[in-house]
Design a protein around this ligand. Structure first.
Ligand SMILES: [Zn+2]
Ligand SMILES: [Zn+2]
Ligand SMILES: [Zn+2]
Length: 252
């Protein structure tokens, strides 16, 4: 399995518009963060988790021109607003694209992008086929778990494929989800900032979650401009890494 980090930034991205902090002004490419998303190649199938407002540039920078299925974590703008860019892939490959999300997330996507799902849509809208996620799913022959995590008062979706899991925007992991996230080779998990935040794990909370789940390796994502790549990297244990846009991760 090959994973590419398409974006590793929080909702406003890094640099943030108008900010002159050291990280936003940094020339280190590892401090430039698109909104959070991953691309996964598994058994010759291509998956994307979330279509961010940066989705077009993320595809261009990583030579991605096809996707077999899109998985959605939740409907915050930074995770879905690139949905229209999928129509180029419809045109290129002459196929509709299946999207997978929980019932609540699909309803909200339908509401926010009603023109896509209208009975007689205009020809320029993406062609998407909705699929409702259950806890355990067979998607293109792969067993994919949709795992509940807390995002403040909301329940959103984390995903597990084999021994890889992706958790974004979590502020807590309910007890029922913990067994589903054990024995991982690679865990990607959100870490917003140094200080606790109502909706997202802080660095210490992310480290505590990693300590509880004990993956072989963990990568931090959904990072704000509070974190300089080099400075944060030096502070982490050997098996925990700061992710950056364009990072390739191999999973056995
Ligand atoms: Zn987010
Ligand atoms: Zn800044
Ligand atoms: Zn969110």
């Amino acid at each position: 399995m090959k994973v590419i980090m398409l974006g590793t930034g929080t909702s406003v991205g890094v640099p943030m518009i108008g900010c002159v902090c050291n990280v936003c002004k940094s020339t280190n490419p590892k401090n430039k963060r698109f909104r959070s998303s991953v691309y996964i190649e598994l058994n010759q199938h291509l998956f994307i988790i979330d279509t961010t407002p940066d989705f077009r540039l993320q595809c261009l920078q990583n030579n991605i021109s096809n996707v077999d299925a899109v998985l959605y974590t939740h409907t915050h703008t930074d995770h879905i607003n690139g949905i229209d860019e999928l129509r180029v892939m419809n045109i290129l490959h002459k196929k509709a694209i299946p999207i997978y999300a929980t019932k609540e997330t699909l309803l909200e996507i339908r509401k926010r992008f009603d023109y896509i799902f209208a009975p007689n849509p205009k020809s320029w809208v993406p062609q998407l086929i909705e699929h409702e996620l259950k806890e355990e799913n067979n998607i293109l022959g792969e067993k994919i778990l949709a795992i509940d995590v807390e995002h403040a008062q909301d329940i959103i979706t984390a995903f597990r494929m084999r021994d890889f899991a992706y958790i974004t925007d979590a502020s807590g992991i309910p007890a029922r989800s913990i067994p589903l996230l054990k024995n991982l080779e690679v865990l990607i998990i959100n870490s917003l900032a140094e200080k606790p935040h109502a909706k997202h794990f802080s660095l210490q909370q992310a480290l505590d979650a990693i300590d509880m789940l004990k993956p072989q390796r963990a990568y931090l994502t959904h990072l704000s401009h509070q974190f300089d790549f080099d400075e944060l990297s030096k502070r982490l244990p050997n098996n925990i890494f700061v992710s950056y846009d364009g990072l390739h991760i191999e999973v056995d």
